[in-house]
Design a protein around this ligand. Structure first.
Ligand code: ADP
Ligand code: MG
Length: 572
């Protein structure tokens, strides 16, 4: 038998969980059932296209078997199973996904407020390792689909694990937890009790769409014999009966009015490995040309890899509760790639290929509808819960701006209402519509000024005259902002205008003449400046855009100074 040590980081998480005074130890069951369900999903998906699997959809299940004498609880599934390598990889280390992210975020929170690790653990999926919160030994016996051999992984959760070959007749995984003995403070016996387990399944795993079954020990009254006399006393008998513990109705199939916010959030956190509740849930039940249900989430913060190549957008696609595609990218436009969730439509056949799927009309219709729904929901948030919307904007505003710039502005009409910029007048973030509603009668342009920060922009001499007029200026501090303004061009006939443009404030004939005269008079100074700076500037001229400021730099042509800086950075 081989004995191997856990990876250092796994060890740390283990210690943390086991030794925490964590009160919600019960979530271990939810975690193991969720893994079993994922494994079954994978094999069920294979079975759609591969006759070799030999199982029908109705054959898949997850079985719970408590044994009070041996003090064991077994969670079995007939899913895809794990090979020897997979057992070591998946259970010997804290793999990618939720767990690692969790660790990082936890470290970040630790530094911050010294918030206890303990709360955070309970808030989202911590995975397989949670088994060690209630077990002093865990044995995983697994046979992978397509493999003849089975392997057994055993660990006490303290110093590593052992691997040995073993026998297993069917494909799938059995996880045997040896439940800890009660201590004065902690009670573990309950995890061997049928009714407690049944309650836990109802509480956390009700929507799992494979049956979670348990052989329940029950008693009933014996039928009254026909010849029973007056003095017959009812007799009782014990019997065992398989019972399905979950209702198997996925959350998104239930009517909106019957789903509690708590349930939506729980589902989200567990499924997508987030520790924070989503900002918003959109639950759609569409009827008509294409019938579907969708449950979409707008996360409260960007995943750590969101602005990298690693991040992949997509929604899970189900057909009547059966997963047919894990990450369907075509359901989401790039500008809303932060959205997570599921779509379920019986209009898709179960064994449709990915290539075919992309070309179906239904998929396009659904994607189009979802795009509208997401926008409407964001607008609602913007209107009703501004703080939350600003949080959204902080996380994903950059994505919306890129969305405007993408595809030569094809999505600008859809996305422009979502934009927020800092307002000189309001001292906070405002929408373009809000800006428009405050525009002065005589105001010709929608003004903006670009710079590194709000503070720096506020000090730009070019902004003074415009603010004096009582006009509002949008302060642009992000790199794509000016490109966004350029691309939008105008809004209801009012052009976007940089405060640095020489025609930022329209002038009368009289003003024009005056300016020309001034230039004549000061020709010597201007020549001197130009001579001194040489090629560094194109020309020195009397500015029309300054008030108390002495000088300012402006760009020549449509490319502003900030944009020039940007181009120089990206392409020096
Ligand atoms: P996560 O579910 O977030 O990936 P877990 O710690 O819960 O993290 O599980 C780690 C991995 O172990 C899973 O991704 C899966 O590959 C594997 N695994 C766990 N339980 C099972 C199971 N019952 N059948 C097959 N694979 C499993
Ligand atoms: Mg898991």
């Amino acid at each position: 038998m081989e004995k191997k040590a856990f990876q250092a980081e796994s060890q740390r998480l283990l210690d943390l969980m086991i030794n925490s005074i964590y009160t919600h130890k019960e979530i271990f069951l939810r975690e193991l059932i969720s893994n079993a369900s994922d494994a079954v999903d994978k094999l069920a998906y294979k079975a759609l296209t591969d006759d070799q699997v030999g199982l029908n959809r109705s054959d898949f299940k997850i079985t719970l078997t408590p044994d009070q004498i041996k003090r064991t609880l077994t969670i079995s599934d007939n899913g895809i199973g794990m090979t020897k390598e997979e057992l070591e990889q998946n259970l010997g280390t804290i793999a990618k996904s939720g767990s690692l992210q969790f660790k990082q975020d936890m470290a970040a929170k630790d530094e911050g407020k010294g918030k206890s690790d303990v709360d955070i653990i309970g808030q989202f999926g911590v995975g397989f390792y949670s088994a060690f919160m209630v077990a002093d030994e865990v044995t995983v016996t697994s046979r992978a689909y397509g493999s003849e051999e089975a392997w057994r992984w055993t660990s006490d959760g303290k110093d590593g694990y052992t691997m040995e070959p073993c026998e297993k007749d069917t494909v799938g995984t059995d996880i045997v937890l040896h439940i800890k003995a009660n201590t004065e403070d902690d009670h573990y016996d309950e995890y061997l009790e049928q009714y407690r387990l049944s309650d836990l399944v109802k509480k956390y795993s009700d929507y799992i769409h494979y049956p979670i079954v348990m052989l329940m020990h029950k008693s009933r009254q014996k039928p009254r014999p026909e010849d029973a006399g007056e003095d017959y006393k009812p007799e009782w008998e014990d019997y065992d009966e398989w019972q399905t513990l979950n209702s198997m109705v996925p959350l998104w199939q239930r009517p909106k009015s019957e789903v509690k916010e708590e349930e939506y959030n729980q589902f989200y956190k567990e499924k997508y490995g987030d520790w924070e509740d989503p900002l918003r849930v959109v639950h759609v039940s569409a009827e008509g040309a294409v019938e579907y249900k969708a449950m979409l989430y707008i996360p409260a913060h960007a995943p750590f890899d969101f602005y990298s190549r690693d991040y992949q957008k997509g929604l899970q696609l189900y057909s009547s509760g059966v997963l047919i595609m894990d990450q369907c990218a075509d359901l989401l436009p790039d500008h809303f790639r932060f959205v997570k969730g599921v779509v379920d439509s019986q209009d898709f056949s179960l064994n449709i290929s990915r290539e075919m799927l992309q070309h179906t009309r239904q998929l396009k219709v659904i994607a189009g509808n979802l795009e509208k729904k997401i926008k409407a929901e964001l607008l609602k948030l913007q209107k009703d819960e501004r703080e939350k919307y600003e949080q959204f904007w902080k996380a994903f505003g950059m994505q919306i701006k890129y969305g405007i710039l993408a595809d030569y502005g094809a999505h600008k009409e859809l996305l422009k209402d979502l934009l927020l910029f800092w307002s000189s007048k309001e001292g906070k973030m405002v929408t373009l519509a809000e800006y428009q509603s405050r525009m002065a009668e005589d105001q010709k342009f929608i003004y903006f000024a670009a710079g590194e920060s709000v503070e720096k922009i506020a000090q730009l001499p070019q902004t003074e005259r415009i603010r004096d007029k009582g006009y509002e200026i949008l302060y642009l501090t992000d790199e794509p902002d000016e490109f966004v303004m350029n691309l939008l061009g105008e809004l209801d006939g009012k052009a976007f205008k940089s405060v640095s443009d020489s025609d930022a404030l329209p002038e009368s004939e009289e003003e024009k003449a005056q300016a020309e005269k001034k230039a004549e008079e000061n020709k010597d100074v201007l020549d001197f400046v130009k001579e001194t700076l040489g090629d560094k500037i194109k020309e020195a001229r009397i500015s029309k855009i300054l008030k108390t400021g002495a000088v300012c730099m402006t760009a020549d042509g449509p490319v502003t100074l900030e944009m020039e800086k940007y181009f120089r950075r990206v392409d020096p």
